[in-house]
Design a binder for this molecule. Structure first.
Ligand code: SF4
Length: 455
């Protein structure tokens, strides 16, 4: 069996499953956030009763992160709906925006967008916060009300996005009926050359198979190239499985996986035992490709499709108005360090926005020193508008006052993961997806630029 088949067989209590088979799967973790949480709670209460209790309060994780730092009152209210539900149910894993359990969330627009407006438990973007807070473990099943839930496949999990109805059902029962997907294998050899990042790998893959090339399929990454990558790299790649239509992305577990998970579960006091699934010798794939990482070059997905691939060096004629680094995919500390590597001692030519994925990333950037200056100050000195308000921000547009949102037609080069029309705001704006290196180089020149020119 493939990794996904092994994960689903175990979670459904079967010795063997095959693609196409429908199995009842037990969830280890159910994730929801401020956009889909209220809807999920509504379904749960409608179907199971107003006073019903969730199936397992220790397996539900609620992370407000999407429309947070906005004066839009309905968005603020969503966070309050989550808080009320958490209190009713006694849920331990709620990463609230505010510290007062009886308070209400109101964003104070008069304080501006740059300085932090959150309490001590706020965790930032759910897919980055989930592993950081010790909720991802090899061998487990994660369902989340967000399409990029697949990011946790980096940790040797079956992780997939679901709708509010399915999530409401899981809240009540802990189970979901899943059709076992076929598996596509991407066998990675070699190591990434200078100037090329994990983002380039996944943009290359999606360019090969198209943005519907993995529809309802598992995307399994294997090979020696996997082990050259750190967990942030693997998260970036697994995150974008959905951009090819994939049901999930999945990696084998190794010492890097165990070290990351063990440290986070210990630090946060979450469940620490797990049993990974290992790669079988006998596997059957619907597609099998080998990729030599050393041959890859800085890659861009052109508007309006994550599969519309070109090399950065081929797109020098495309002028950009805006550059953006942030999101679950591109807002990790390692992403900002790569971004800063190119911007150090230079100045951006276009409006450039930096949105860390989590408060921990803010802290790391504000305390990591390169010489006499912190990485955070270095980025600000280069002209980047850095906000401490870690969140999804303009990755998916959001209300009009969202930091970094494109409120008029413009071209943006972005380290995020999706570039369909209107994704980052105005429906006539254009988004070009790229690595933090390529975003930085392009911000310096005002047109899409191969970052190797600056390295
Ligand atoms: S950062 Fe973007 S892709 Fe990630 S969860 Fe938020 S909106 Fe979705």
């Amino acid at each position: 069996m493939t990794l996904t088949e092994k994960l689903l067989a175990r979670a459904s209590g079967k010795a063997h499953v095959a693609p196409g088979e429908n199995v009842w799967v037990s969830a280890d973790v159910l994730l929801t956030h401020d956009v889909c949480g209220p809807g999920t709670i509504g379904v749960f209460k409608r179907e199971f009763g107003k006073t019903a209790k969730v199936w397992d309060k220790n397996k539900i994780v609620i992370i407000p992160d999407h429309y947070i730092f906005t004066a839009d009152s309905l968005s603020n209210r969503n966070v309050d709906i989550l808080r009320t539900f958490v209190q009713e149910q006694g849920l331990p894993y709620f990463y609230d925006v505010i510290d007062d359990p009886n308070g209400y969330w109101i964003f104070d627009a008069s304080r501006g967008q740059l300085k932090k407006q959150y309490g001590s438990r706020y965790a930032g973007v759910c897919h980055t916060a989930l592993p950081a807070k010790g909720h991802t473990r090899p061998g487990e099943i994660l369902f989340g009300t967000d399409s990029h839930t697949c990011m946790a496949g980096a940790f040797n999990m079956f992780a997939t996005g679901i709708g509010n109805t399915d999530a409401g059902f899981i809240m009540g029962t802990g189970k979901l009926l899943i059709k076992v997907p076929q598996t596509m294998r991407f066998y990675l050899e070699g190591a990434l050359p200078k100037g090329v990042m994990a983002k380039d790998v996944v943009l290359h893959v999606i360019g090969d198979i198209g943005s519907d090339g993995a529809t309802y399929r598992a995307m399994q990454y294997e090979g020696p190239g996997v082990h050259t990558m750190n967990m942030d790299d693997r998260m970036t790649i697994a995150n974008m499985a959905i951009e090819a239509g994939g049901k999930n992305g999945v990696f084998p577990a190794d010492e890097k996986t165990f070290a990351y998970v063990d440290e986070r579960t210990k630090r946060n006091g979450t469940k620490s035992d797990y049993t990974p699934v290992e790669v079988d010798k006998d596997q059957s794939f619907v597609y099998d490709d080998t990729i030599d990482l050393s041959k890859l070059e800085p890659t861009v997905a052109q508007h309006p499709d994550p599969g519309h691939r070109a090399l950065a060096k081929e797109l020098g004629k495309i002028q950009i108005d805006r550059a953006y680094v942030g999101s679950c995919t591109g807002g990790k500390t390692s992403d900002f360090l790569a971004f800063a590597e190119i911007l150090k001692g230079r100045s951006v030519k276009v409006d450039t926005f930096g949105v860390p994925a989590t408060p921990d990333v803010v802290h790391e950037l504000q305390t990591t020193k390169w010489g006499d200056t912190t990485v955070w100050s270095l980025l600000e000195s280069a002209g980047v508008q850095m906000t401490e308000n870690a969140s999804c921000a303009a990755c998916l547009g959001g209300p009009v006052d969202t930091f970094g949102r494109m409120n008029k037609p413009m071209n943006c080069i972005s380290a995020t993961n999706r570039n369909f029309p209107g994704r980052m705001g105005h429906k006539e704006s254009k988004v070009f997806l790229a690595s933090p290196y390529t975003v930085a180089a392009s911000a310096l020149t005002g047109h899409i630029t191969d970052p190797r020119e600056f390295l």
